[in-house]
Design a protein around this ligand. Structure first.
Ligand code: SF4
Length: 356
């Protein structure tokens, strides 16, 4: 491999300062709480989506202790719609530990940060680099892509051997960088380069600060690196969802903490129409094809969920309610911890209700 590690970090810093993103709300702060929150929200989520959530979350929980003292039920509405809800549960658990055991202060090293729930080595390094200037390398999806292409690293990036190689290169790059390296710009620059130039589909090599010495560019193999995952057919699941409306309220249930939509409120969900029919009969309600609404599909990272909604308007009393069931007013749905497809369904109901 004839690529040089010597100039990589400084080239990225110079590019970041002139071409990278400068005005994101979590930049130009040394507050580890704000940095940590942005890093967790940005995992598997685009910047444009995160922006509104970030501001709303901070307005409600301005410090890590505010978050640590809150109940999980108070936190989930501020995450609803962002997806990957284990992140929110870990974020809350981590804030509780920081509030109770660390006096509301973050540890000052990436090694100690990485011992906290939901903070992996790359996130810990990003927090420590932005907040304290620690010379710690990151290795998120964007950086993996840039490094695989620049250094010509083949192999599936989630495999231990490939990851190990990439981390070694990341350490070598930092070791070879000048002592005065701007760690904040370097860390941000790696993220920006992956998001703006060395993108998944068609990297814009002519605008890249690493074009000299890039293995993928030299060999014309940009689309072969990182090594693509073998295509597997996405699993498909089906469910029936019940929208039981009483006046301006609908019945919702809180999901268990684990599993999809863990800790969120969703509509009563059934694996089959027969199971839904049984529930309805137990409630003394009758379901016909007139109650059937247009189906919808929601795509999760590892499967597709086909949802068949049913809409029933009845003032009947809920028999044998469980502790997880509650009625939510249609005016409150956008402040409730509802996942995106459920919110979309209920907004449709609310709009129809307002017509009458
Ligand atoms: S030259 Fe092209 S492939 Fe290489 S790192 Fe830059 S954008 Fe990626």
């Amino acid at each position: 491999m004839k690529n040089s590690v010597a100039s990589v970090a400084q080239s990225i810093v110079d590019w970041q300062l002139s071409h990278g993103r400068q005005h994101l709300p979590w930049q130009h702060t040394k507050d580890p709480y704000r940095i940590w929150l942005s890093e967790i929200m940005l995992q598997q989520t685009q910047v444009a989506t995160v922006l509104g959530y970030y501001e709303r979350f901070l307005a409600r929980f301005p410090t890590v202790s505010d978050l640590g003292m809150a109940e999980q039920d108070e936190v989930m509405p501020y995450w609803a719609g962002l997806g990957y809800y284990a992140r929110a549960r870990n974020l809350h658990k981590c804030a509780q530990i920081l509030h109770q055991d660390y006096g509301g202060q973050f540890p000052r090293s990436s090694a100690e940060l990485a011992t906290l729930p939901g903070i992996g080595p790359s996130t810990a390094a990003a927090i420590a680099a932005f907040a304290y200037g620690e010379r710690a390398p990151i290795m998120d999806g964007n950086v993996k892509r840039v490094f695989c292409r620049y250094f010509g690293v083949y192999g599936l990036t989630h495999l231990r051997a490939t990851e190990k190689k990439l981390w070694e290169l990341a350490h070598q790059v930092l070791k070879a960088a000048p002592a005065t390296l701007n760690m904040s710009a370097y860390t941000q620059g790696q993220m920006d380069l992956g998001a703006q130039v060395c993108t998944r589909g068609q990297p814009n090599c002519s605008a890249c600060p690493l074009q000299t010495g890039c293995y993928a560019l030299e060999h014309g193999v940009q689309t072969e690196l990182p090594t693509p995952k073998p295509r597997t057919k996405q699993a498909e699941r089906h469910c029936e969802m019940l929208i039981w409306q009483q006046d301006q309220q609908v019945l919702v249930e809180q999901r268990p903490d684990s599993g999809i939509w863990g800790g969120l409120l969703t509509l009563p969900q059934f694996e089959s129409k027969a199971e839904l029919q049984r529930f309805m009969q137990n409630q003394g309600l009758h379901l016909t094809e007139a109650n059937k609404m247009a189906g919808m599909t929601h795509v999760f990272s590892h499967f597709k969920l086909h949802i068949q909604p049913w809409w029933v308007q009845s003032p009947a009393q809920l028999k044998e309610p469980t502790v997880s069931q509650q009625w939510v007013h249609l005016d409150q749905i956008d402040q409730s911890a509802l996942p995106a497809p459920v919110l979309k369904l209920l907004e449709g109901i609310k709009n129809q209700a307002s017509l009458f």
